[in-house]
Write a protein that binds this ligand. Structure first.
Ligand SMILES: [Fe+2]
Ligand SMILES: [Fe+2]
Length: 350
C-alpha cells in the first residue's frame, strides 16, 4: 500500500491532506515538526513525503537532506507559502521532485501534483512488489535446497543404520519398492485421491521410516534371542525418535506424521499411541503392510525368513485387525497379477 507522510506545523494543512489521502486508501503518517518527521521516515519508509519548508527547529530543507541520505527512493514534494526562487532551486538540487505553494486546493493536489508523481510512485511500488516476489522465490529455492540436502543426509544415515545390522540390510529400499507397488494398485480407486505428490512423499517416508532406530542400542537391534519387555519398549521408541530426527525438515509435517504412525494398527493395539482406523494416515497404513511383509520374508536375528506365500497368508489373516483391509487387498491383487503373468509366460514358452 502506498505510504504517505505529511509534515507541516499547521494542523489545518495536516488534517486536510490526511483526510484527502486516507479517502484514497493510502497509509498516512503525520508530523508537526522536522525531527518527528525524520523518526517516522526511519520507521515507516514512506513512498511520498509532503514537506513544509518553514518549520520551527529543524527546517524543511534540512529534513529533505536527511531523508535523501537515508533513502534516495523516497519522493519529496516541498510545500510552502513563501517560496523564493533560491529556496525552490536549492530544494530541487537536494532532490525534491516537486514544489507546491500554499494555499492550494485539493483539486489542484489531485489533478496536478498527484497526477505527476503517481506514475513514478506506482512504478516504484511495482518494483518493490517484484523485489519481494523474487526474494520469496529465492527463499523458497534455498529452503528446497536445504531440505534436499537434509533428505540426502538422512538417506545416508538410513543406509549407515542398515549397514551396521546385517539383518535389516536393504530393508528400507524393499519397503519403498512394496509401498510403491501397493500405491500404484490403490491409485486405480478414484475415491482415494492419490496424486503424484502422494507417491513422492510415500517414497521418502518409506526410505526413512526406521531412521529413529539410530537411537536404539546395537545389542538390542542385533539380539539373537527373544527380546525382553524392556528391550521391546526400547525398540518401540523408534517412531517417536524418527519424528524427532526429521523435525528440522521444512514443510514435511505430514510425512513426519506418516513415519510416526507406521507401527499403529487398525484395531488400536499398535504403538506409539494406539491410534486406530481413520486416525492413521493412509501412507502409514501402506508402509505398515510393506514393512511387515519384508520383515516376515527376511532373516531376522531371532528367526529365519518365511516363504512369501505364508507371509501373504499372515497379511490376509490380519486384515482389518492389524492392517487396513484395502491395503492388504491391493497387495494380494499385485501378487495375483504377478502369478497370472508368470503362468502366461510359461504357456507362451511351452
Ligand atoms: Fe519400524
Ligand atoms: Fe521397518
Amino acid at each position: 500500500m502506498l505510504k504517505i507522510l505529511v509534515v507541516d506545523d499547521e494542523p489545518e494543512i495536516v488534517n486536510a491532506l490526511k483526510g484527502f489521502f486516507v479517502k484514497k486508501g493510502y497509509e498516512v503518517y503525520v508530523a508537526g515538526d522536522g525531527s518527528t518527521a525524520l523518526d517516522l521516515v526511519k520507521k515507516h519508509r514512506p513512498h511520498l513525503v509532503f514537506l513544509d519548508i518553514r518549520m520551527p527547529k529543524v527546517d524543511g530543507l534540512k529534513v529533505l537532506r536527511n531523508i535523501r541520505q537515508m533513502d534516495t527512493s523516497i519522493k519529496v514534494i516541498m510545500v510552502t507559502a513563501f517560496g523564493t526562487q533560491e529556496v525552490i532551486k536549492e530544494a530541487g538540487r537536494i532532490g525534491a521532485v516537486d514544489f507546491i505553494c500554499k494555499p492550494f486546493t485539493l483539486n489542484y493536489l489531485e489533478h496536478d501534483v498527484m497526477a505527476k508523481v503517481s506514475v513514478q510512485l506506482f512504478d516504484d511500488l511495482r518494483q518493490e512488489m517484484d523485489g519481494k516476489v523474487k526474494l520469496i522465490s529465492q527463499l523458497e529455492n534455498l529452503n528446497g535446497r536445504v531440505s534436499r540436502n537434509f533428505y540426502q543426509t538422512m538417506l545416508s544415515l538410513a543406509a549407515a543404520l542398515e549397514s551396521r545390522d546385517r539383518y535389516t540390510h536393504g530393508h528400507s529400499e524393499r519397503v519403498d519398492h512394496y509401498s510403491k507397488l501397493i500405491a500404484q494398485e490403490l491409485k486405480t480407486n478414484p475415491k482415494l485421491k492419490m496424486d503424484n505428490k502422494f507417491l513422492e512423499d510415500l517414497h521418502m517416508e518409506s526410505r526413512l521410516h526406521d531412521i529413529g532406530k539410530i537411537a536404539v542400542p546395537d545389542e538390542i537391534l542385533n539380539k539373537p534371542g527373544k527380546l525382553t519387555a524392556k528391550e521391546f519398549n526400547e525398540i518401540k521408541r523408534h517412531p517417536s525418535e524418527s519424528a524427532r530426527i526429521l523435525a528440522p525438515l521444512e514443510g514435511v509435517k505430514d510425512s513426519i506424521d506418516v513415519i510416526y504412525n507406521h507401527h499403529e494398527r487398525i484395531d488400536g493395539r499398535g504403538y506409539p499411541e494406539g491410534r486406530s482406523g481413520k486416525d492413521i494416515p493412509l501412507r502409514a497404513k501402506i508402509i505398515a503392510v510393506a514393512d511387515a511383509f519384508d520383515a516376515m520374508t527376511s532373516d531376522r536375528p531371532y528367526r529365519r525368513a518365511i516363504p512369501e506365500n505364508l507371509a501373504l497368508n499372515e497379511l490376509e489373516k490380519n486384515r482389518d485387525r492389524q492392517f487396513d483391509g484395502k491395503v492388504v487387498n491391493a497387495f494380494l491383487n499385485i501378487r495375483k497379477k504377478k502369478e497370472k503373468l508368470a503362468k502366461e509366460e510359461v504357456l507362451l514358452n511351452t
